[in-house]
Design a protein around this ligand. Structure first.
Ligand code: NAP
Length: 286
C-alpha cells in the first residue's frame, strides 16, 4: 500500500475534545450547557445503535442528553407535536430526527417543523438554502466532517479538480456545495453519469457517496489523489465502503478507511453543530 491512511477516529476525537472545551467555556461564562434532543421513532436496530452513540458522546462532551423515543406506530400529529414541543423548549439547543422514520410517517414534514437554529443535522430547507447561497448556517454533519478531514491533512482545494460521486440531499449535494464554497472546481456524478471511471480520474480530490460497495476501483483514481469514502456497508468480513480500498490504496495519495474514516466525523460534527447552535441561541459571540 502506498497511500497515507486518513485517521478519522483520531481527528473526530480531537474535534470532540474541542467541543467539550467549548461547552466548558460556555458554562464557565454563565451560559447553560447545550442540550441535544435526539428523536428516535420505532425500534430499527441500526438507528438504535446510531442514536445510542450520539447520546453517549453528547454526554461525554458535557452536553445534556434530552433524548426522546416514540413508538413505531405513533401518528404524524403526535410526532409533529413532539417536534414542536422541543422547538419551543429553551433547554433544547439542537433537534436530531433519526432517519429513516417508519414508512407511514412523512419525515420531510417532520423535518420542516425543526427551526433552522436547532437543525443540528443541517437538513432543513432553510439550512440547505443558506448553504446554497453561501450564507452562514448549520451544515450537514457528514460533508462538513469530510471538510475537516481535508483541512486537517492540508489538502489544497482552491482551483483544484474535485469529483463528488452521489447527489443525495444528505451527502452529495451539500458536499459539492461545501467544496464550491472553498473555490474547488466541482463535478457531481450520479447514476446516469457516463463513464464514471473516466470522470473520477480527473479528480485530485474524489469524494464517494454512492451507497454501492466497491464501486470505485483503481481505474477510477488519478495517481496521488485524495480519496474520501463515505459509503458504509456491512459485508461478510465487517464494514466496507464504496471504494475498493485495497486496490485504490496502491494509486491514491491519501485515503479514508472504512471503518475509522468519515463515520466518526459525522457524530463529532453533530456535537460541533449543537455547540454552535447553543452559543447562537444564548447570544454568545467570539
Ligand atoms: P443515497 O441517498 O442512496 O444516494 C446515493 C447517490 O449515489 C445517488 O445520488 C445516486 O444517483 C448515486 N449513485 C448510485 N449508483 C451510482 C453509480 N453506479 N454511479 C454513480 N452514482 C451512483 O445515499 P446517501 O444517503 O448519499 O449515502 C451514500 C452512502 O454513504 C451510503 O453507503 C450510506 O450508508 C453512507 N453514509 C455514510 C455516512 C457516514 O457517517 N459515514 C453518513 C451518511 C451516509 P441518483 O441520484 O442518480 O440515483
Amino acid at each position: 500500500m502506498t497511500a497515507q491512511v486518513i485517521d478519522g477516529t483520531a481527528v473526530a476525537r480531537r474535534v470532540r475534545l474541542d467541543v467539550a472545551a467549548g461547552v466548558a467555556r460556555l458554562v464557565a461564562g454563565g451560559g447553560s450547557a447545550p442540550g441535544l434532543a435526539t428523536v428516535l421513532i420505532g425500534e430499527d436496530p441500526a438507528s438504535q445503535v446510531y442514536v445510542r452513540n450520539k447520546r453517549k458522546l453528547c454526554v461525554e462532551a458535557g452536553m445534556a442528553d434530552l433524548h426522546q423515543h416514540l413508538p413505531g406506530d405513533v401518528d404524524q400529529e403526535s410526532a409533529a407535536a413532539l417536534i414542536d414541543q422541543l422547538a419551543a423548549d429553551p433547554a433544547v439547543s439542537g433537534i436530531l430526527l433519526q432517519l429513516p422514520t417508519p414508512a407511514h410517517l412523512d419525515s420531510e414534514a417532520l423535518l420542516a417543523r425543526i427551526p433552522a437554529a436547532k437543525d443540528v443535522d443541517g437538513l432543513t430547507t432553510d439550512n440547505a438554502g443558506l448553504l446554497a447561497q453561501g450564507r452562514p448556517g448549520l451544515r450537514p454533519c457528514t460533508p462538513s466532517g469530510v471538510m475537516v478531514l481535508l483541512d486537517e491533512h492540508a489538502v489544497p482545494l482552491s482551483g483544484v479538480e474535485t469529483v463528488v460521486v452521489g447527489r443525495s440531499v444528505l451527502v452529495g449535494k451539500p458536499m459539492a456545495q461545501l467544496l464550491l464554497e472553498r473555490s474547488a472546481t466541482v463535478t457531481i456524478c450520479h447514476s446516469r453519469t457516463r463513464d464514471l471511471a473516466a470522470v473520477c480520474r480527473r479528480a485530485d480530490v474524489l469524494v464517494v457517496a454512492a451507497g454501492i460497495p466497491g464501486l470505485i476501483g483503481a481505474d477510477a483514481v488519478k495517481p496521488g489523489a485524495t480519496v474520501i469514502d463515505v459509503g458504509i456497508h456491512r459485508g461478510e468480513h465487517g464494514l466496507v465502503g464504496d471504494v475498493d480500498a485495497m486496490a485504490v490504496a496502491e494509486v491514491a495519495g491519501m485515503i479514508t478507511p472504512v471503518p475509522g474514516g468519515v463515520g466518526p466525523m459525522t457524530i463529532a460534527m453533530l456535537l460541533a453543530n449543537t455547540l454552535t447552535a447553543a452559543r447562537a441561541q444564548q447570544g454568545v459571540v467570539d
